[in-house]
Design a protein around this ligand. Structure first.
Ligand code: HEC
Ligand code: HEC
Ligand code: HEC
Ligand code: HEC
Ligand code: HEC
Ligand code: HEC
Ligand code: HEC
Length: 271
């Protein structure tokens, strides 16, 4: 097991030090946040860390942007290399790959083919992909790189993608129906698909962040006060009396606002 220190990220170093006693006790920590992550780079039998410079010799195309990646500053204590070992945090120690003159499948891990290399450190992400509703990545039908660029300066963009300005465009590569322009757009989508969906996985159907009307009510206030002429107990959302509607099911089921992503026929998100 290796531990890292993140230069110029003192708060993270501190967090990892805090996590150490748990590790020493041999417990599997289910991380509640990234700040308490376990650092376990993939292993390559018989190989040792050589540092980023050794990789740049042959893979110079990564030098320009990699410095801005959140993984660039990873450094493993015990690597005996004074410089950064960010490349090897995902690809495993590279000495044998370098000695062999490089090559595909030669003593190096390619996490595009197997996300296990990422899960070694991102345990919370691993747990999310194990939830009942998830993107089919554990099934081998997708990989992290389709949404995250591991080498670029913005890891929240997909690799090999166009210059994508917004997160929704990452999703729209595969989900055109939900992200196309609508005559009556739902402004919620301007905040990104993730205001309603957990991108890795969720316990709720359709990977929703919440299963019930609270999904919508976090933005659309519900007023339940005495109403002139109606008395008490009437629930208003917007200017509409929703008292009867809310008994029928969620806002988007029961034939109501079924066009949650936008509508071409009705401003109130109906089909
Ligand atoms: C002596 C040159 C050389 C050095 C040094 C080198 N590589 Fe490579 N590497 C190669 C070549 C050549 C390939 C094959 C690329 C191809 O076919 O396009 C390769 C392939 C790879 C692959 C793809 C493997 C696969 O199975 O798909 C990865 C990942 C990789 N290198 C990472 C690294 C890392 C990380 C370092 C630094 C520790 C490094 N390389 C150092 C020459 C090198
Ligand atoms: C966050 C993890 C991560 C880091 C850090 C990282 N890589 Fe990668 N690397 C990947 C993934 C994932 C793939 C597979 C990409 C794909 O399939 O499109 C990959 C693929 C590669 C390949 C093979 C590309 C090909 O043509 O198939 C090379 C070479 C490589 N990386 C070198 C490097 C070098 C050099 C560094 C450091 C500058 C580095 N990587 C840092 C995750 C990482
Ligand atoms: C050796 C441990 C390690 C491995 C392996 C690793 N990461 Fe990371 N990752 C980190 C650390 C540490 C951070 C920085 C956390 C921070 O800045 O709060 C990070 C940050 C990230 C972030 C940004 C998180 C944020 O909140 O901005 C993403 C996305 C990410 N990693 C994806 C990946 C993917 C995809 C892979 C596999 C291709 C991978 N990581 C492999 C340790 C690792
Ligand atoms: C379907 C697209 C998609 C796939 C596939 C995906 N991610 Fe993400 N990931 C995202 C989005 C979008 C966010 C930002 C979440 C947010 O802003 O709420 C994110 C956030 C993250 C973060 C930051 C912490 C967090 O959960 O917000 C990490 C770490 C991460 N992803 C790692 C990974 C790893 C590792 C893989 C592969 C095993 C992966 N992701 C696959 C879309 C994806
Ligand atoms: C590389 C393609 C790809 C990308 C990018 C992608 N998805 Fe998906 N998505 C899929 C696949 C494949 C499924 C599984 C479809 C199925 O099982 O029928 C899926 C399923 C879903 C589902 C559940 C659909 C259902 O009927 O249960 C939701 C919601 C979803 N994705 C949202 C997102 C969001 C939000 C993003 C961006 C953060 C995103 N996706 C990015 C390919 C992708
Ligand atoms: C305001 C909340 C909200 C936002 C924002 C949102 N969705 Fe959804 N999405 C939902 C709800 C609710 C469902 C379930 C609809 C149902 O079961 O009929 C859903 C269902 C889906 C499905 C399953 C197929 C379908 O249409 O029922 C996909 C795929 C999907 N969303 C992708 C996306 C993408 C991609 C984005 C961003 C462009 C996005 N969603 C933004 C609420 C949202
Ligand atoms: C991130 C915040 C957000 C979330 C979550 C959200 N909305 Fe919206 N919604 C808006 C905004 C902003 C508008 C435009 C301003 C307005 O009409 O209130 C809007 C407009 C609407 C409208 C049109 C209102 C009108 O009078 O024309 C309907 C209907 C609607 N949303 C339904 C939903 C449903 C159903 C959900 C849950 C699936 C939901 N919204 C979740 C932000 C959100």
């Amino acid at each position: 097991m290796h531990f890292l220190n993140l230069r110029a990220r003192p708060h993270l170093l501190l967090a990892i030090v805090i996590a150490l006693p748990t590790l020493a006790a041999g417990l599997l920590v289910s991380c509640s946040s990234l700040d308490r992550m376990v650092i376990a780079p993939p292993a390559v039998e018989g190989a040792t860390f050589v540092g980023n410079k050794a990789c740049f010799q042959c893979h110079s195309n990564y030098t320009r942007v990699f410095a801005a990646s959140p993984h660039a500053r990873l450094h493993f204590e015990g690597s005996n290399v004074p410089e950064m070992t960010g490349c090897e945090s995902c690809h495993g120690p590279g000495s044998r790959h370098v000695q062999a003159g490089g090559g595909r499948g030669r003593f190096i891990v390619n996490p595009g083919k197997d996300p296990a290399a990422c899960f070694g450190c991102h345990m919370e992400t691993h747990a999310q992909f194990n939830l009942p509703q998830h993107h089919p990545l554990p099934e081998g039908k997708m990989n992290c790189v389709q949404c995250h660029d591991p080498h670029g300066m913005n890891i929240m963009k997909p690799a090999h993608g166009l210059a994508m300005a917004r997160q929704n465009e990452t999703c729209s590569q595969c989900h055109r129906e939900q992200s196309r322009p609508f005559v009556y757009e739902h402004e919620a989508l301007r905040e990104g698909c993730t205001v309603c969906h957990s991108p890795h996985g969720s316990i709720n159907a359709k990977m929703l962040v919440q299963r019930d009307n609270n999904l919508c009510l976090k933005c659309h206030a519900q007023n339940q006060g005495p109403t002139p002429g109606l008395g008490t107990g009437h629930i208003f959302i917007g200017k509409e009396d929703h008292t009867a509607h809310l008994r029928l099911g969620t806002c988007w089921s029961a034939g109501c606002h079924t066009a949650v992503h936008g509508s071409n026929v009705h401003p109130h998100q109906f089909y």
